[in-house]
Design a protein around this ligand. Structure first.
Ligand code: NAP
Length: 345
C-alpha cells in the first residue's frame, strides 16, 4: 500500500506532527525490494521503519518511508531448544505472548517492549537482565543492492550494549526481513532486577515473571498509545572505575553496576532525577514524572521542544556529575538518520 504526502504522526510512538513524501507498507521481501528500488530510481531518500518506537523525527522526511509488515512465526523443535523463525514486522510483545501461550519460555523478561521483532537486533533490546543477544540465533537481511537474502549468525551481528552491526556496517543498503530465535528447553529464570528479586527461583513460572515485568513497566512507563514517547531517551552511561570513585565520594548512593571489564554502568534515570528534572517541561515536551529516563510528548510537542528538553537534561547532568548522556533514540532529519549527540549538544 502506498500513500503520497502522508502524515507520520501515527507511524511513530512519539506522535510528533511530521510527514513524509511517501509511505509504503510492505508485507514481503519482494515488495520491500520493489519499494526501495522505485524510491532509489526517483532519487529519493529511504527510511525503513518498523513501529517507529525508537525514533525522533526532527522535521518532515523528504523521501519514502517503507513500513515493514513482513509477518509469520514458524516454530521448530530440536532436542535442546525451540527455534523460532519470525517475520520482521511481527509486533515484539505479541511474539512474547505467543511464546508463553505455547509454553515456550525465555522471552518473558522482554515483555511489553514496544516495536517490531525486526527492530530488536538493531538495538539489541534489553530489559530486566536479558538482552536479545541471549536468545538470538540469526538475522536474515535483504541486501537491497543485490536482492539476495543473507543470513548473519548471532556472532556476526556483533551485539553490544544497545548496539549491533545493524547500526554500523549493515545500517545502509540492508533490510532485516526475518529474525531467528533459539529458546533453550533448559529454562533458567532471570530474577536479578526490581520486583523479580521477590520471586522464588525454585518455583517461579515464566508467566509469573511476565506478569511481574508487565506490572513494573505499566507502573513507570507511559503507554505510547496515550502519551507519545520513545522509551528510554538516553543510554545508561558507562564510566571508568576511577571516574566512578570520584562520583561515589560525592554521591555515596549513586547506583552503579560493574561491567566486569574495568568499567561501570550508571543509571541515567537516577542522574536525571537527582538534577530534579522529573516533570521539567519545554513547550509540549517533558521529562516523564514517573521515569526520568523517558521524554514525553504531552500532546502538542514539536520536535524542537523534545530537542530542547534533551539538551537541557544533558547539560544539567553534565554540570552536576561531569557525565555526558547520549541518546538511545535515533534521530531522523530531512534525508535520513543524523548524529543524535550533535543534535542535542
Ligand atoms: P531500574 O530498575 O530503575 O534501574 C535503573 C538502571 O539500572 C536500569 O536501566 C538497569 O540497566 C540498571 N540495573 C538495575 N538493576 C540492575 C541489575 N541487577 N544489574 C545490572 N543493571 C541493573 O530500571 P528501569 O528504568 O525501571 O528499567 C528496567 C529495565 O527495563 C531495564 O533493564 C531497562 O533497560 C529496561 N527498559 C528499557 C527501555 C528502553 O527503551 N530501552 C525502557 C524502559 C525500560 P539496563 O538498562 O542496562 O538493564
Amino acid at each position: 500500500m502506498s500513500t503520497n504526502g502522508a502524515s507520520l504522526q501515527q507511524l511513530h510512538t512519539f506522535h510528533l506532527p511530521v510527514s513524509a513524501h511517501r509511505v509504503i507498507t510492505v508485507t514481503t521481501p519482494d515488495e520491500l525490494l520493489n519499494a526501495w528500488t522505485q524510491a532509489k530510481q526517483e532519487q529519493q531518500a529511504v527510511l525503513l521503519l518498523g513501529e517507529g518506537s525508537n525514533v525522533l523525527f526532527l522535521e518532515d522526511f523528504s523521501g519514502t518511508v517503507i513500513i515493514n509488515r513482513i509477518k509469520g512465526i514458524n516454530v521448530r523443535e530440536s532436542d535442546t531448544a525451540w527455534h523460532l523463525h519470525v517475520g520482521a514486522g511481527e509486533n515484539w510483545h505479541q511474539l512474547v505472548c505467543f511464546t508463553l501461550d505455547n509454553d515456550l519460555a525465555g522471552l518473558e523478561n522482554l515483555a511489553l517492549i514496544p516495536g517490531c521483532a525486526g527492530s530488536s537486533p538493531i538495538q539489541n533490546i534489553g530489559a530486566y537482565g536479558i538482552e536479545l543477544k541471549r536468545v538470538c540465533d540469526y538475522v536474515d537481511v535483504l541486501n537491497l543492492n543485490t536482492g539476495e537474502i543473507e543470513r548473519l549468525s548471532a556472532e556476526q551481528c556483533l551485539f553490544g550494549y544497545r548496539d549491533s552491526i545493524f547500526k554500523h556496517k549493515y545500517q545502509d543498503g540492508y533490510a532485516i526481513v526475518h529474525v531467528g530465535l533459539q529458546l533453550s528447553k533448559e529454562w533458567v529464570p532471570i530474577l536479578e532486577y526490581g520486583d523479580l528479586k521477590k520471586l522464588d527461583a525454585a518455583t517461579v513460572t515464566p508467566k509469573e515473571i511476565f506478569d511481574s515485568v508487565c506490572a513494573m513497566r505499566r507502573s513507570k512507563l507511559p503507554d505510547p498509545n496515550i502519551t507519545g514517547n520513545a522509551g528510554s531517551f538516553f543510554k545508561n552511561p558507562i564510566v571508568s572505575t576511577k571516574e566512578l570513585q570520584k562520583l561515589v565520594e560525592q554521591y555515596p548512593d549513586i547506583p552503579h553496576y560493574s561491567q566486569n571489564n574495568g568499567t561501570e554502568k550508571l543509571a541515567a534515570g537516577w542522574l536525571i532525577d537527582n538534577c530534579s528534572l522529573k516533570g521539567f517541561t519545554i513547550g509540549g515536551a517533558a521529562v516523564h514524572k514517573q521515569q526520568a529516563l523517558v521524554l514525553i510528548n504531552q500532546g502538542n510537542a514539536t520536535s524542537k521542544d523534545v530537542i530542547s528538553v534533551a539538551h537541557h537534561v544533558r547539560s544539567e547532568v553534565f554540570k552536576r556529575f561531569s557525565v555526558l548522556l547520549e541518546p538511545e533514540v535515533r534521530f531522523v532529519g530531512k534525508y535520513g538518520e543524523i548524529n543524535a549527540v550533535e543534535a542535542i549538544s
